[in-house]
Design a protein around this ligand. Structure first.
Ligand code: NAD
Ligand code: LMR
Length: 328
C-alpha cells in the first residue's frame, strides 16, 4: 500500500461536501491504489451536521479511507495537507452574480491561506471552489506566504464539462468526442467557452456544428448562465456536478493529460496570452507527469475570442481592486 495522501476539505458538511467526500474516500479522486486521510473543516454551526457525515463515512467502511478528522480549527484542519479543497463559503441565491459574494466570502480566504502556509505539507496544492472562486483563490494565494503561486488553482472544470455536454448534444455525439475545450477567464457570467479551438472527433467543432450564430450566442450564454439556471430550477446551487468538477480537476492535475488535449483550470497568470500577471485566470493547462503543469502555448486566439477573453479579464481586474484590502 502507498503512503496515504492527506486531503483537507472546508465546508465539509455542505451540499458539495456531501457529494464530494464519498468520492474522495472511494478512490475516484486519486485512484484505487491510493489511501487517503480526510481532514474535514467546518465552522462551529456546521459541526453537528459534520459529525453525522463522519458517521456515514465510517458506515461505508471504505478500504482506502485511512483516517478522518473533523474540526473547526484551521491549524488542525490543514495539518499535513497535500491537497486543500476550499469549498466552505456562502453560495449565491437567485438574482445574484457570484461576485456579489465577495464581501461575504472574501475574508474567509485570508485566514485559510495563512493556515495552509503554516500547517500544510510543503507540496500542498490548493483548489478553490467557493465563489467567486478566482478572486477568493487570489486572496488565499496572497495570504499563504511561502507557498509557491503555482500550487493554487480555482475551479472552471464544471464549466468545461458543461460546455462539452452542450456541444455534444448539439452535434448528436457522445461527450467523449469533444476535446480541447478551454474555458478562458473568470468562473462567472463573463467566462468564455472557446468553441473555436475545441474539437469534435478530432476535427474543428464547426465541421459538426455549422450554426455559427448558435455557437457565438446561445452556446456561450448557456454555459455562462448554467449555474444560475440550476439555482432557478433547484432552488440551491449545483452540488453533485460541482463535486464531480472537483474530482475531475484533481485527477487532471495528478495524471498526464492525453496527447494533444488540454483541460481548464484557473491558475496564476504569468502574462500568458496577454492576461495580466498575478490574476487567477482560467486557461488551457496540461501536465505530462501529473505533478507539474504548464499553460499550453500557441492556442490560436481570433478577434472574436480576444474580445471575450478581454471582457472576462477586465472583470477579474475589477474584482482584484474590490478586494485590495484583503491582499495583504
Ligand atoms: P453550502 O451552503 O451547502 O455549504 C457550504 C458549507 O460551508 C456550509 O456547511 C458552511 O457551514 C460551510 N462554511 C461556511 N463558511 C465556512 C468557513 N469559513 N470555513 C469552513 N466552512 C465554512 O454551499 P455549497 O452548495 O456546498 O457551495 C459552497 C461554495 O461553492 C459556494 O460558494 C458556491 O457558490 C460554490 N460553488 C462553486 C462552483 C464552481 O464551479 N467553482 C460550483 C458550485 C458551487
Ligand atoms: C455554478 O456554476 O454552478 C456555481 O458557481 C454556483 C453558482 O452560483 O452558479
Amino acid at each position: 500500500m502507498k503512503d496515504p495522501i492527506t486531503v483537507s476539505v472546508t465546508g465539509a458538511a455542505g451540499q458539495i461536501g456531501y457529494a464530494l467526500l464519498f468520492r474522495i474516500a472511494s478512490g475516484a479522486m486519486f485512484g484505487p491504489e491510493q489511501p487517503v486521510n480526510l481532514r474535514l473543516i467546518e465552522i462551529e454551526p456546521g459541526m453537528k451536521a459534520l459529525a453525522g457525515v463522519v458517521m456515514e463515512l465510517d458506515d461505508c467502511a471504505f478500504p482506502l479511507l485511512n483516517s478522518t478528522v473533523a474540526t473547526s480549527d484551521l491549524a488542525e484542519g490543514f495539518k499535513g495537507a497535500n491537497w486543500a479543497l476550499l469549498v466552505g463559503s456562502v453560495p449565491r441565491g437567485p438574482g445574484m452574480e457570484r461576485n456579489d459574494l465577495l464581501g461575504i466570502n472574501g475574508k474567509i480566504f485570508t485566514g485559510q491561506g495563512q493556515a495552509i502556509a503554516a500547517n500544510a505539507a510543503s507540496d500542498v496544492r490548493t483548489l478553490v471552489v467557493g465563489n467567486p472562486c478566482n478572486t477568493n483563490c487570489l486572496i488565499a494565494m496572497n495570504a499563504a506566504k511561502g507557498v509557491p503561486n503555482n500550487q493554487f488553482f480555482a475551479m472552471t472544470r464544471l464549466d468545461e464539462n458543461r460546455a462539452k455536454s452542450q456541444l455534444a448534444q448539439k452535434a448528436g455525439v457522445h461527450q467523449n468526442a469533444v476535446t480541447n475545450l478551454c474555458i478562458w477567464g473568470n468562473h462567472s457570467a463573463t467566462q468564455y467557452p472557446d468553441y473555436t479551438n475545441a474539437k469534435i472527433n478530432g476535427a474543428p467543432v464547426t465541421d459538426a456544428i455549422s450554426d455559427t450564430e448558435w455557437l457565438q450566442g446561445e452556446f456561450i450564454k448557456n454555459v455562462q448562465q448554467r449555474g444560475a439556471a440550476i439555482i432557478q430550477a433547484r432552488g440551491t446551487s449545483s452540488a453533485a456536478s460541482a463535486a464531480n468538477g472537483v474530482v475531475d480537476t484533481v485527477r487532471s492535475l495528478t495524471t498526464p493529460t492525453p496527447d494533444g488535449d488540454w483541460t481548464s483550470v484557473a491558475v496564476c497568470s504569468s502574462g500568458e496570452y496577454g492576461i495580466e500577471a498575478g490574476l487567477i485566470a482560467s486557461m488551457p493547462i496540461r501536465t505530462t507527469d501529473g505533478k507539474t503543469w504548464e499553460v499550453v502555448e500557441g492556442v490560436e486566439v481570433d478577434a472574436f475570442s480576444q474580445g471575450k477573453i478581454d471582457a472576462s479579464v477586465a472583470e477579474l481586474q475589477m474584482e482584484k481592486v474590490a478586494v485590495a484590502d484583503l491582499l495583504v
